[in-house]
Design a protein around this ligand. Structure first.
Ligand code: ATP
Ligand code: MG
Ligand code: MG
Length: 385
């Protein structure tokens, strides 16, 4: 057993599933708090799990009582409860303060600004009115991105405002989603991401990757980022590490960035947990983002060399499609491809756009990896106009 400590996780989706796959190899016990039969619980048979919602007080308390270190696979959790259990002496990693600051994307931006970390300029709406948007668009210019402060993922809390005529539809679309803020439009050349690991000994980083989003959902990740100089690659890693260093506690963090036309880098957002843009590390690096998270929160050794890329890697998400089994067709097609690793998350029912699995291809060169993955990209795009 690599650690005597038991890990408790709020949430048991695909990130938890891949976390426990890494934990199993080290005989580390992981308790999940989520619905019975959730993705992560399916691959972890023991009596320590808690069934229920990770937003419920009693359930969180129960998980904490059964675990030595409490962590999260989703940031949309009850941080008052995490604060309470931390005050009772439970080890919460990363800190509830980090999760509370990051889960509110506007607070996250203010925190980064306070620490001098370059990120997209933001302004909050005092009230969700056209008048406020008039004022803010005067400051930040148009287009701008209107965003929900909380509970956002896969772009669902975002609305791109191109002209003043979009003000009303933006508020109609997001107005009911609580407090809003606006971000200056990032006219980016590429989107980059870096997984960062914060341990008791310091801050380490995986390579800089390129992410391609479609309909605001991550579709592809290229590691390393294509056509990006060594300097920018390094600068992105440094910026990501600088950002993570200003938060409290230990663990893995996903840092999303924009590379602007003038090569300036700005942080888009941070996730205080394993991240979609780090799935490639399972096959691509000696230690995956999941194992790195466990090592960080359990104070086990970790070296920068463990996080270096072994071979160029491309990850393609398998999303739910029009038919309930569309994602299975993609997986079956992927079985025919060479050098392709398939991960299915055991979520059962597919909804359009729901993350059902992913594929990773590693090859000695990026162009080989690109050639190998192309039939799969063509397959998932087959019905596109
Ligand atoms: P996630 O699933 O990554 O948590 P999210 O719902 O939090 O997504 P964001 O990361 O804020 O959404 O935005 C989703 C995508 O929208 C970004 O990856 C980027 O393509 C685009 N986007 C976001 N903010 C801006 C901006 N300020 N300017 C231009 N494009 C943006
Ligand atoms: Mg987000
Ligand atoms: Mg994002």
């Amino acid at each position: 057993m690599a650690s005597e400590k038991t890990v408790g996780v709020l949430g048991g989706g695909q990130l938890g599933r891949m976390l426990v796959e890494a934990a199993n190899l080290l005989e580390i016990r992981v308790n999940f708090l989520d619905a019975a039969g959730s993705s992560a619980k399916q691959v972890s048979a023991h009596e320590g799990h808690v069934d229920g919602s990770f937003k419920r007080r009693e359930a969180i308390q129960e998980l904490a009582n059964r675990s030595d270190v409490v962590t999260v696979e989703i940031e949309h959790v009850n941080t008052d409860m995490l604060e309470e259990i931390a005050n009772e002496g439970h080890d919460v990693q990363p800190s509830w303060k980090t999760i509370r600051t990051i889960q509110n994307k506007y607070l996250q931006k203010c925190h980064l600004k306070k620490f001098g970390v370059a990120s997209t300029e933001s302004a909050e709406l005092e009230e969700n009115t056209i008048k406020q948007l008039e004022k803010i668009s005067g400051e930040l210019g148009l287009p701008l991105m209107l965003k929900s402060k909380k509970d956002a993922y896969d772009g669902r809390g975002n609305f791109a405002i191109k002209t003043k005529t979009d003000f009303k539809s933006a508020l109609d679309f997001l107005g009911a989603k609580g407090e809003l803020y606006a971000e200056k439009w990032a006219n980016f050349r590429m989107e980059l991401a870096v997984m960062v690991v914060k341990t008791k000994d310091g801050v380490f980083s995986f390579p800089t990757v390129e992410t391609i989003h479609e309909d605001s959902i991550c579709k592809l990740t290229y590691a390393p980022a294509r056509g990006v100089s060594k300097e920018i690659n390094k600068k992105a890693q440094e910026l990501a590490k600088q950002a993570v260093a200003c938060f409290w506690g230990k663990g893995v963090f996903g840092v999303e960035m924009f590379l602007l036309m003038n090569d300036e880098l700005l942080i888009n957002e941070i996730a205080p947990r394993p991240h979609n843009s780090g799935h490639y590390t399972i096959e691509g690096c000696p230690v995956s983002q999941y194992e790195a998270h466990l090592r960080a929160i359990l104070d086990l050794p970790l070296h920068q060399e463990d996080l270096e890329l072994r071979e160029p890697s491309i990850m393609l998400n398998i999303l739910g499609g029009e038919a309930p089994d569309s994602h299975l067709l993609v997986a079956r097609k992927a079985l025919e491809q060479r050098r392709t690793k398939i991960h299915l998350y055991g979520k059962g029912e597919a909804r359009k756009g729901r993350k059902m699995g992913h594929i990773t291809v590693c090859a000695p060169t990026m162009s080989q990896a690109e050639r190998l993955i192309q039939p799969m990209i063509d397959f998932v795009d087959r019905d596109k106009p």
